[in-house]
Design a protein around this ligand. Structure first.
Ligand SMILES: [Zn+2]
Ligand SMILES: [Zn+2]
Length: 781
């Protein structure tokens, strides 16, 4: 049976109409088709490039591509923030390759160079192929990453004019060895930063400082590259680009590529017979629901990709659909995930393209080859974390002139539940911006050391590295890391390489190694910060779809010894957390209530863990642990209410702990809607009477030393954030709290106490004084 196209409305009717599923469909959004809008090729794009583009089927560029090309050719840094399959790469490649081609006419054959950065190796490889298709041979694009053999590296440094790499390689290899790259850096004309929305939080803040180090060395060699960034659609791309590179950038956001009509459905799985913690109702998981829906879609001959969050889920969804379909259709469904060999993946992509495969369950869209598009249906099992990823995934559906279906299936958590009941949060203006905080001294300090090792730091570098630099240099001098010579120059004086002191993707502290006891095999590592909660003795640990039990966590050697096992339970750590306010930066009065942002010290001790039955979350038992407390200095947003306000809200003192705790959980769940964080990047504490404020206080803090910008973002968007929190709790159909509203999978207190109704009243009195929030706080219930 060949794949056959059906109108998306008909597909949806078929899905929602059967087995009394209609109440699961919470919203349908019709996104109209868009006509293409073309522009002439800008002057300065070389005829060879135009000719190559025409051979690839691009007669004229779309208007947004031409706009980006013009800006780049005029020396203006640009961020292109348009949809999936809108040809962002041609927008930056045409000017880059034209200038590189001009450069081939220089006496040494390399009068201009360009650097391309991607967050993953796979993407860089893909882009090398694209550049090669567009550019004549003499442009010489080359990959430079951990897999590049040493004998090839020398060639790349000397001859390649377009070098494709990743930020880690730039940080560890290129910048510290810059003297060997001098001829490349001297003529560096462009730096392309692809998928720039993925540089967020701690990782993004590190990358921002790596780029400042690059700019400093370029200036030293006499070049001043133009930055060309490509991003998925997010709020305020120009500001994000500027924070990342330190340079102003023009945003190109008007997407002029054509699109077929898209029907976007929001779907909430049904409640099951199972009960979870404290007897809470539990919904069918998003992955199980996706398995049923995939079965129906493949049964109807519809080419469908399901995006899931884990490799294990990819296998489960495919398996479930195969079992339900039976032969011969079962053979036309497969899983696709990270960890497969490149050849396996390419062959799956080809089969999907040809129609031999009808259904594919896949992990993140970044891993799925960029050519997989034009699908008839895309299902997303769980909100992928950001609007940017949501649209990247949904954008794989639809072809010009044909309708397609995209569907978000909610997971059982407050954010997903909120989204499927508040479609405006997805379909109105973009709400989240990419958050990063390069000024965090914990992030900046090691980069100042690395920069000093590359080239002594001088007075003129203070501005480049940001406002914290002037205070940090004397501290680094005191610690014996830098030495001042003369009045105004700081040198790196140690033997070891300064760049080795920081891992861009880690979060400080030596990571804990996970070792299989029986074989001695190293399975992977976890961040020091997460080790106590995730790999304590007795913990169930998932790794690449396999389940392990931790036999022993040795903190002295930073090793967790595990054995493969198949226990019928998961574990969740219990902890005690206290928080002290070190300093308040900003306070906003909301009537009697106050909202603050500042520095805090969090002391956390994991004291035991619960074993919970896999399917239902039912608690099977509890064990004690003997682990030392850990201290984290970070940034937090917090709010307080007064005793009078509690009286008005009819919250007696015995309900207060449950109300504040429930409000805290739900607000952590909703923050990712406003800041591009994961609920695991942040933590919270609620205290009925806090010693520092002398009032009931709820804190939400960044989970990384020095902060990553998430709490600050929450503070700036507090009105909208806490209103959404209040609405999410109030709208949940459960009676006394469930995972969709106030229960948290990472609660260190076993989700006790929680008072859902009192939490809504508490947030109502808090929001009553918030500017412009009074109306919605009275609310829709
Ligand atoms: Zn609920
Ligand atoms: Zn909790």
């Amino acid at each position: 049976m060949p794949p056959h196209h059906r109108a998306p409305e008909a597909l949806l009717t078929a899905l929602a109409g059967s087995r009394s599923r209609s109440d699961r469909l919470t919203h349908t959004e019709q996104l109209p088709a868009r006509q293409a809008c073309f522009s002439p090729w800008p002057d300065g794009i070389r005829p060879e490039i135009v000719a190559a583009a025409r051979t690839l089927g691009v007669e004229l560029p779309w208007a947004h591509q031409a706009e980006a090309m013009n800006l780049a050719k005029n020396g203006q840094s640009v961020v292109i923030a348009t949809g999936t399959a809108s040809g962002k790469s041609l927008g930056y490649l045409a000017p880059v390759l034209s200038d590189l081609l001009d450069g081939t006419e220089a006496p040494n054959g390399r009068g201009a160079t360009a650097l391309y950065l991607a967050p993953t190796k796979a993407l860089a490889a893909d882009q090398r192929r694209r550049a090669a298709e567009l550019a004549p041979d003499r442009v010489r694009p080359a990959l430079y990453d951990g897999d590049t053999p040493p004998e090839e590296r020398e060639w790349v440094r000397q001859y390649a004019s377009y070098v494709l790499t990743n930020p880690d390689m730039l940080h560890r290899g290129i910048l510290p060895g810059h003297t060997r790259w001098s001829s490349f850096l001297k003529t560096l004309k462009y730096v392309v930063i692809d998928e720039c929305h993925s540089y967020r939080g701690v990782f993004g803040s590190h990358v921002a400082q790596v780029l400042r180090r690059l700019r400093r060395l370029c200036a030293q060699y006499g070049s001043e590259p133009v930055f060309l960034l490509a991003s998925a659609t997010t709020a305020d791309p120009a500001a994000t680009a500027e924070r990342l590179t330190g340079l102003p950038a023009v945003a190109v956001t008007e997407d002029a590529s054509p699109r077929g009509p898209l029907v976007f459905a929001l779907w909430e799985p049904p409640l099951t017979e199972n009960v979870g913690e404290h007897g809470a109702p539990v919904r069918r998981t998003a992955t199980a629901e996706a398995g049923y829906l995939l079965t129906d879609l493949v049964g109807a001959g519809t080419r469908t990709v399901v995006f899931v969050r884990s490799r294990r889920a990819a296998e489960l969804v495919a398996l479930q659909a195969q079992e339900q379909l039976g032969p011969p259709l079962a053979a036309r469904v497969a899983a696709y995930r990270g960890g497969y060999l490149a050849e396996e993946r390419r062959s799956l992509e080809r089969d999907l393209y040809s129609g031999r495969l009808l259904g594919l369950a896949s992990t993140s869209a970044l891993e799925l080859g960029v050519d997989v598009s034009g699908l008839d249906a895309v299902l997303m099992a769980g909100y992928p974390g950001t609007r940017a990823s949501l649209w990247q995934q949904a954008g794989r559906a639809g072809r010009e002139g044909q309708g397609a279906l995209a569907m978000l299936i909610a997971r059982d958590d407050p954010l997903d539940t909120y989204l499927v009941h508040h479609p405006e949060a997805l379909f109105a203006n973009p709400v989240e911006a990419t958050v990063l905080d390069p000024d965090n001294p914990h992030i900046l300090a090691p980069h100042l050391c690395a920069a000093a090792a590359e080239l002594p730091l001088g007075e003129s570098d203070l501005d480049l590295f940001g406002p914290s630099t002037a205070q940090l240099l004397p501290v680094l001098e005191q610690r014996g890391l830098l030495r001042r010579r003369g009045a105004k120059a700081w040198y790196w004086t140690r033997r070891e390489r300064a760049a080795d002191a920081v891992d861009l993707r880690g979060s400080g502290g030596s990571p804990v190694q996970i070792v299989e006891g029986r074989t001695g095999r190293l399975l992977g590592t976890v961040d020091a910060a997460a080790a106590h909660t995730t790999v304590h003795t007795g913990a169930v640990h998932l790794h690449q779809g396999r389940t392990y039990l931790v036999q022993d966590l040795d903190l002295e050697t930073s090793v967790a010894v595990v054995e493969q096992a198949d226990p019928p339970y998961t574990t969740s750590a219990r902890d005690i957390t206290s928080i002290a306010i070190l300093g308040t930066d900003t306070t906003v009065e909301w009537g009697e209530a106050r909202l603050c942002f500042g520095s805090v010290e969090v002391v956390n001790q994991v004291v035991g863990y619960l074993r919970k039955r896999i399917a239902t979350g039912e608690v099977l038992g509890e064990s004690k642990l003997d682990l030392p407390p850990r201290t984290l200095r970070t940034r937090a947003v917090w709010w307080t209410v007064t005793e009078d306000q509690l009286f008005d809200a009819e919250i007696p003192f015995d309900q207060l702990p449950g109300a504040a705790h429930a409000a805290e959980h739900a607000s952590i769940g909703l923050l990712p809607l406003f800041a591009t964080c994961d609920r695991w990047d942040i933590g919270g504490v609620s205290v009925p009477l806090h010693p520092d404020t002398q009032l009931p206080t709820v804190f939400v803090y960044d989970g990384h030393s020095g902060g990553a910008g998430f709490a600050e973002r929450g503070f700036r968007r507090a009105g909208q954030w806490l209103t959404a929190t209040r609405d999410a709790i109030a709208a949940c159909e459960c009676e006394r709290g469930c995972p969709s509203c106030v229960q948290s999978p990472k609660c260190g207190n076993g989700n006790d106490p929680l008072d859902k109704a009192a939490a809504v009243r508490l947030l109502d009195v808090l929001l009553a004084g918030a500017p412009g929030q009074g109306a919605s706080a009275g609310g829709d219930g």
